[in-house]
Design a protein around this ligand. Structure first.
Ligand code: ASP
Length: 339
């Protein structure tokens, strides 16, 4: 039986049109472009329905409300399709790909986010390959995960980061192997894919509420005052992008006191490394242990994108602070590896 794929066009470069003021989204343009690709009508391709969001967004304008819209859209059409392709701008795609796994509970079908660096309307582009392969992956490979496909790599969504502003190889998964590689053949690495949830588990949506969270990158010369301001109510959670294995300037007693005071008030401070890859270990150095003693918790190898998404998700569950801290350090969707 011919497989069916639902394609949601949320916006982004892939479907943009050339205008006098630069590339811009235009309603109906992507459908026109896709109608000209004869490969999409071949018997080896799945049937598809393309739905265009209104407004089409440059992903720099996306918020958690847009993540919820996507999650609800998938849930509403879940039984009608074999898989889902979400066309998305590249700028914040890794954030959406990090949030959707927490919002879509009990997912048994593939959700593949993709986009491109050059729009489909250009003669030379990366859009055509990304689109066609994402459709094939969604139709033919029953991966029960939110994934991001770009360049030649299929990655777990909540492990991705945008690594190149211009290149076709725009995304990486620094702390987890790709779920698949696409070359002459499509090779899925089933050994690293999450198990299927039990059949009895229905797909449910975990909405995110408007909790205030933030991310803050340490740098030499950081002032404790600035950190104090950031940690003021209504902030509930902070991703602290620390040095190396999670270290910070513990000679600055005021800085440590500010962290301790906020943590005692119930602000969840998650330590992630500002390095491209690797994991936090707060026991390695005194400069890390001081942060832990002040109440900062380890984000292990979470990306900043995944740490923010997970904070949004857990804070929306309205759990006791200690439970949130414990779950932040527990692998829930394949987003984190504990040594
Ligand atoms: N600014 C665009 C966006 O994120 C870039 C892209 O799609 O590549 O929507």
């Amino acid at each position: 039986m011919t497989k069916r794929v639902y394609i949601a066009n949320t916006g982004g470069t892939i479907g943009m049109k050339k205008t006098p003021s630069g590339y811009a989204p235009e309603r109906g343009h992507l459908a026109e472009q896709m109608a000209q690709i004869s490969a999409l009508t071949r018997p080896t391709m799945p049937d598809y329905d393309l739905y265009e969001y209104d407004p089409l967004l440059d992903s720099s304008n996306m918020t958690p409300h847009d993540w919820l819209k996507i999650a609800r859209d998938i849930a509403a059409r879940y039984d009608d399709y074999d898989g889902f392709v979400i066309l998305h701008g590249t700028d914040t795609m890794a954030y959406t790909a990090s949030a959707l796994p927490f919002m879509l509970e009990g997912l048994r079908k593939p959700v593949i986010l993709t986009g491109s660096q050059i729009p489909l309307c250009e003669t030379r582009n990366d859009a055509r390959e990304n689109l066609i392969t994402a459709m094939i992956l969604a139709a033919e490979y029953p991966i029960p995960e939110v994934c991001l496909y770009f360049g030649d790599k299929l990655m777990r969504g909540c492990r991705t980061v945008k690594v190149n502003a211009n290149g076709f190889d725009a995304f990486g998964s620094p702390n987890y192997p790709p779920l698949g590689r696409v070359g002459v053949d499509i090779e899925v690495n089933w050994g690293v894919i999450r198990p299927l949830p039990p059949l009895a588990t229905p797909l449910t949506i975990n909405p995110l509420n408007g909790n205030r969270i933030s991310a803050f990158r340490l740098f030499p010369g950081i002032s404790a005052d600035i950190v104090r301001h950031i940690l003021q109510p209504p902030l509930k959670g902070l991703v602290l992008e620390a040095y190396g294995v999670g270290n910070g300037p513990d000679h600055d007693q005021e800085f440590i006191a500010v962290l301790r005071e906020a943590s005692q008030r119930g602000v969840i401070i998650v330590d992630c490394t500002q390095c491209f890859s690797g994991s936090v270990d707060l026991n390695d150095y005194a400069t890390g242990a001081s942060l832990a003693a002040a109440g900062v918790i380890s984000g292990y190898d979470l990306t900043v994108e995944a740490a923010l998404a997970k904070l949004f998700y857990l804070l929306s569950q309205e759990l006791p602070t200690e439970t949130i801290k414990s779950l932040m350090q527990t692998d829930l969707r394949g987003e984190l590896t504990r040594p």
